[in-house]
Design a protein around this ligand. Structure first.
Ligand code: SF4
Length: 328
């Protein structure tokens, strides 16, 4: 069994069906005891300061884990830096397997791209689908945690974030990960509901701030919708792999993410949205579109390096929450 590095959600069913272990490099980076050091290391090795810290963290994660000698790179439907990073990884002797989500959502093209992945790993479509059935059972549990976040109010925003985002690679061990979810579900069932008055939706890319969720909860607000992270749970019931990865909103047009956000804002009775954008990330372009489309107030926060919220950002969040509380 070997470790396959991934940089975002891909049809992970194929990797598990082949008996290999996917490892999300973002998670290695952000759960490192000192992610700031990983960014600095990447800069010392020549990556520019004006490059997204997540990319630098992924680069350092690869260097620090020589047992990951293959990565799957999403060349369409993810990060604009991926193609440049491919060359860099190849120059370090790492095998790169490209995978693309077709922007026009063409079913045949997606089918062909998944077939190529299956061919590389020697996996049949039947094996992929058998693995989908197993993983969907675990995704169901993560979606139950999501419901417990906004219906029962017994799961914190950070717990929700971690439970959903880890579905990109199931922490490399679907059975072990399922047990973790079971434990959280049973723990949360005996909790008193959280009583935060302000219900926040979190959109954009995952935040690099280490204390955002806790800071909100200390200020009478709780994240009850993590937009991108929820997509990692494949929240639309499907019986085939193509529908599954066509319904998944993240790689395609931002309009679908906005539609999803608006529907969930209503369903979860959100008071406001935080749109997190990363410095030097192309997704910043979407900020205006989201702000113009949202039915509720939006606060845009920008982060650069892995760190705690700075005083200025804390004040902006406090003012936003105060403004929301006046309207509730
Ligand atoms: S935050 Fe943006 S630039 Fe950074 S890795 Fe993600 S998609 Fe790429």
């Amino acid at each position: 069994m070997s470790k396959i590095g991934i940089t975002t959600t891909i049809p992970v069913e194929v990797i598990f069906a082949a008996g290999e272990t996917p490892v999300d490099l973002n998670n290695i980076f952000i759960t490192h005891p000192d992610p700031g050091e990983m960014v600095r290391n990447a800069e010392e090795k020549g990556l520019p300061r004006t490059l997204c810290s997540w990319v630098k963290g992924i680069f350092s994660a690869i260097i620090a884990n020589p047992d990951i000698d293959t990565i799957i790179a999403v060349t369409e439907g993810d990060c604009t830096n991926t193609l440049a990073m491919l060359d860099l990884f190849r120059s370090k002797g790492i095998e790169v397997i490209p995978f693309a989500y077709p922007y026009n959502m063409n079913r045949d093209t997606l089918n062909e791209n998944i077939r190529k992945l299956e061919a590389y790993f020697g996996v049949s479509r039947k094996q992929t689908l058998e693995m989908k059935t197993k993983l969907d059972g675990i995704r169901e549990k993560a979606l139950l945690i999501d419901r417990m976040t906004y219906e029962d109010n017994t799961i914190s925003g950070l717990e929700n974030h971690i439970s959903l985002i880890s579905l990109s690679d199931f922490e490399g061990d679907p059975d072990g990960y399922e047990k973790k979810l079971d434990l959280l579900i049973s723990k949360a069932k005996s909790r008193e509901p959280f009583r935060h008055a302000t219900r926040i939706g979190f959109c954009g890319v995952p935040t690099i701030f280490s204390d955002l969720y806790g800071f909100l909860e200390n200020n009478k607000a709780r994240v009850v919708f993590n937009e991108m992270q929820r997509q990692f749970a494949m929240p639309y019931k499907t019986d085939n792999i193509l529908d599954q990865y066509l319904n998944y909103t993240y790689p395609y047009s931002f309009k679908r993410r906005i539609k999803d956000t608006k529907e969930e804002s209503q369903k979860r009775q959100l008071t406001g949205l935080i749109h997190y954008v990363q410095s030097f990330c192309h997704h910043q372009i979407h900020d205006r579109e989201l702000r113009e489309s949202a039915d509720i107030p939006v606060l845009t926060l920008e982060g650069d390096k892995p760190e705690k919220l700075k005083e200025r950002t804390r004040i902006r969040i406090e003012s936003f929450l105060e403004m929301l509380s006046l309207g509730t």
